[in-house]
Design a protein around this ligand. Structure first.
Ligand code: SF4
Length: 376
C-alpha cells in the first residue's frame, strides 16, 4: 500500500470509528468468531478505539483452541506406534493432551514431521514407503476439501502407507448451541470469509433467523472488520437479522460444487467433542467406510476418549464468549506463549496468544466470567 492509499485507509478508519461512536447508544455484544480477525483487532488496538458500550467477545474459531484433550491423546497413541511418522501442523504439535503433547513425545523419540498442508503428508508417505504416515486433520469446514482431495489422491495413486485422523469440526452447530444461552446475549456475529468454502453462507442465514442475529462475513483487513462491525451495529439498531456477505474472495459456484462433492465423497457428519463444550450434534466429520483404509483410527483401532484438561485453564469459557484472557488467573503468569497451559496461548489464532502478544490491559468482563465459573 502506498502512502496516499495508507492515508485514505486511515481516514476511512477514523470515519468508521466516528460513526460507530455516534450509533452505539446501548450495550451491544458481538462475537468475533474467527481467531485471525480477533488477532487483527488486538494488533491494531481496535478494542480501545471502539465505543465502550460495544462489547466484543471471542468465539470458537481457532482450530487448535477447540481441540479436546481426548483427541490429542488419540494422536499421541497413534504417533507412538512403531514405524509411524506423524505429519502435523506446527501449532497442533504443542497442544497439550492429558499428559503429553506431540512435542513432548517427539523429544522422547517419536517421529514427527512439521508440515503445512495434507499434500505434504502424502509426499512424505511417497518418500518413506516403509513407514505409515499419519496426518491428524484438524481445522474447520474450510479445511475439509483439501483433506478430502488428499485422501482421494492417495486412493487414486494406491498410496496405502498414508492415513488421516479425522478431527475436523463444523462451526455452525456449535454457534447454534452457544446462541441458545440467553446469558451470552450475543446480538451479532462477525465471521471470516473462510466459511464460504463449503457452507455457502446458508447455515449462517439459518442461524441469523433462528436466533435473531445479525451476521457479517468480512475479510481480514482493519477496514473490512470495522465495516463489518458498523454493519452489525446498524442491523441491531434496525432490528434486522441478515447475513451481510462481504467476502474478500468468493468461491465460484463451480469451485464450491467441486469442494462439496469431494467432501461428501470422503466424509460424513457425526456428533463430535469440542474442548470444554462437550459433544455437539453433527459438528464433525468422519471418513466413509469405503475409504476406511485411510482412516487412522480404524487402522490403529484407536478411539477418541475423554481426556483430562488443566483445571487452571479457562479456554472453554473464552472460546464460548464468556470471558477474555486477562480474566484467567494464569494469563501471563503460569501461562505464556513459551510455557502455554492451554491451546489458546499456543496458536497465532488463539486469543490468549494475541492478548499476550499485543499486551492489552485487563478486560471489563471479569464479573460475567466469574458468574460462569461459579455456575459451572
Ligand atoms: Fe488457558 Fe492460558 Fe488462556 Fe488461561 S491464559 S485460558 S490457561 S490458554
Amino acid at each position: 500500500m502506498d502512502a496516499v492509499e495508507e492515508m485514505k485507509d486511515e481516514d476511512r478508519q477514523q470515519a468508521l470509528l466516528l460513526e460507530l461512536h455516534k450509533l452505539v447508544d446501548r450495550t451491544m455484544r458481538l462475537m468475533v468468531v474467527c481467531g485471525t480477525q480477533n488477532r487483527v483487532i488486538l494488533k491494531h488496538g481496535l478494542r480501545q478505539k471502539l465505543p465502550p458500550m460495544l462489547e466484543l467477545v471471542a468465539g470458537p474459531g481457532c482450530s487448535v483452541c477447540v481441540m479436546p484433550t481426548g483427541h490429542i491423546d488419540a494422536f499421541i497413541k497413534i504417533a507412538t506406534q512403531p514405524m509411524v511418522i506423524t505429519a502435523a501442523c506446527e501449532d497442533l504439535i504443542r497442544v497439550p493432551g492429558s499428559k503429553e503433547s506431540l512435542a513432548t513425545i517427539w523429544k522422547k523419540g517419536a517421529r514427527i514431521e512439521v508440515i503445512s498442508s495434507p499434500m505434504d503428508a502424502l509426499d512424505i508417505a511417497l518418500r518413506e514407503p516403509e513407514y505409515t504416515v499419519v496426518y491428524p486433520a484438524v481445522g474447520f469446514e474450510a479445511t475439509a476439501p483439501s483433506v478430502a482431495e488428499t485422501i482421494l489422491e492417495a486412493a487414486r495413486l494406491g498410496i496405502e502407507n498414508f492415513c488421516v485422523i479425522p478431527s475436523i469440526r463444523l462451526l455452525p452447530p456449535t454457534i447454534d448451541l452457544l446462541m441458545l444461552d440467553p446469558d451470552l446475549n450475543i446480538r451479532g456475529l462477525l465471521c471470516s470469509d473462510h466459511i464460504n468454502t463449503i457452507s455457502d453462507t446458508k447455515a449462517y442465514t439459518q442461524l441469523a433467523k433462528k436466533h435473531h442475529l445479525s451476521c457479517y462475513i468480512a475479510g481480514f483487513k482493519v477496514i473490512d472488520i470495522l465495516e463489518g462491525i458498523l454493519s452489525l451495529v446498524k442491523q441491531i439498531r434496525n432490528g434486522e437479522s441478515l447475513v451481510d456477505d462481504h467476502s474478500a474472495f468468493t468461491y465460484s459456484s463451480t469451485e464450491n460444487r467441486k469442494a462439496r462433492r469431494m467432501v461428501s465423497e470422503v466424509f460424513f457428519a457425526v456428533d463430535t467433542d469440542w474442548r470444554g463444550l462437550g459433544t455437539i450434534e453433527r459438528s464433525g466429520f468422519v471418513i466413509r467406510d469405503e475409504l476406511s483404509l485411510f482412516d487412522a483410527t480404524k487402522r490403529f483401532n484407536v478411539r477418541f476418549e475423554e481426556g483430562l484438561e488443566s483445571c487452571m485453564c479457562l479456554c472453554n469459557a473464552i472460546i464460548s464468549g464468556r470471558g477474555l484472557p486477562p480474566d484467567c488467573p494464569a494469563f501471563g503468569l503460569a501461562c505464556t506463549p513459551q510455557n502455554p497451559v492451554g491451546p489458546c496461548m499456543i496458536s497465532d489464532e488463539g486469543i490468549c496468544h494475541s492478548y499476550y502478544k499485543y499486551n492489552l490491559p485487563a478486560s471489563r468482563f471479569s464479573s460475567s466470567l466469574l458468574d460462569f465459573i461459579t455456575e459451572s
